[in-house]
Design a protein around this ligand. Structure first.
Ligand SMILES: [Zn+2]
Length: 78
């Protein structure tokens, strides 16, 4: 997971999105919290939905196969 960055209201240095106070100048980031919730929640929800869709569709091919070969055939045993 990658951290989202935003810019400080006063000094313009990059800070973590969601931080309330700029670490370099100490200015309170009032707008950070307001923009944090709805868009980030939506993005997280979309990411989770996509992940679920991928996990749901992926196991189909191996599951359709009959389990004839033992697991040791695919993995080289040392
Ligand atoms: Zn700052």
């Amino acid at each position: 997971m990658k951290f989202e960055m935003t810019k400080c209201n006063r000094c313009g240095s990059e800070i973590l999105l969601g931080l309330e106070v700029c670490p370099s100048c100490g200015k309170q980031q009032a707008s950070a919290r307001a923009s944090f919730q709805p868009r980030t929640l939506l993005a997280v929800a979309l990411a989770v939905a996509v992940l679920f869709a991928f996990n749901w569709m992926k196991p189909a091919p191996p599951h359709a196969r009959p389990v004839n070969s033992p697991p040791s055939a695919t993995l080289p045993s040392r």
